[in-house]
Write a new protein. Structure first.
Length: 242
């Protein structure tokens, strides 16, 4: 299994903080946000074979400088060709490009999410179901739920409702940008893109996918934070998980 960390966005909602710096390299409690994500992946047992970080050309040199200080032997940077917000190919397209080059199962993680749970439980659940799995958490408030994707499960844990950016809430259960996919998902990614569907929100892909095949939800234990706004970044400063 490999892991793909999505880190190619331009984080306009955090400007000016992210005008000249990628969001995932912003410091939180003394180290870059992405360090927490990579460290979670590195603790998976059995080990993840390789970590791919999907970036963009504009911030590529900053990612290279960051990586040089870490000494990781199994981390690879793969940039898309964009240098600004208007050129970006989108997270789903970037993921499809990467998936088409590998022939194994993979984790997908947003590089700007902080969470306390370890990944071994999610991976074990994925291996049992051997279908796509979405990590879930309980929204803290209505705005938190509306910014994400609300989810309803059946008694077996299969997703029966998945609504990205919902207007009317029926649940406070939210899908995180944290997935486990079987290798065959590359075919679905291509099909999704060929239909001209949204390229930049992975949740839109899940919203389409669960109607075609079984997709399961896995409840994360403890704290989860998506850093997308100035207020959430401020909240992240109190994060002490590792």
């Amino acid at each position: 299994m490999i892991a793909v960390i999505l880190a190619g966005g331009y984080a306009k909602r955090l400007w000016p903080l992210t005008l000249d710096k990628p969001k995932v390299l912003l410091p939180v409690a003394g180290k870059p946000v992405i360090d927490y994500v990579v460290e979670k992946v590195l603790r998976v047992n059995p080990p993840i074979r390789k970590i791919i970080i999907s970036t963009n050309l504009r911030f590529q040199s900053q990612f290279e400088e960051w990586l040089e200080t870490k000494g990781y032997s199994n981390v690879e940077l793969i940039p898309d060709n964009s240098t600004n917000e208007y050129e970006k190919i989108g997270a789903v397209k970037a993921l499809s490009n990467i998936a088409s080059t590998v022939s194994e199962d993979f984790l997908v993680l947003a590089g700007d999410n902080l969470f306390l749970d370890e990944l071994n439980g999610l991976i074990q659940f994925f291996n049992e179901k051997y279908s796509s799995v979405v990590a879930l958490y309980s929204a803290r408030d209505l705005e938190d739920a509306k910014r994400g994707a609300t989810v309803i499960l059946d008694e077996d844990g299969r997703i029966v409702v998945f609504i990205e950016k919902p207007e009317n809430l029926k649940t406070m259960l939210v899908g995180a940008c944290l997935y486990a996919f079987p290798s065959r998902i590359s075919i679905r990614l291509k099909e999704y893109l060929q239909r001209g569907l949204p390229r930049d929100e992975p949740g839109r892909f899940i919203e389409w996918l669960y109607k075609l095949e079984s997709v399961y939800g896995y409840m994360l234990k403890g704290y989860f934070l998506d850093i997308g706004t100035p207020s959430s970044y401020k909240e992240a400063e109190n994060f002490n998980g590792n």
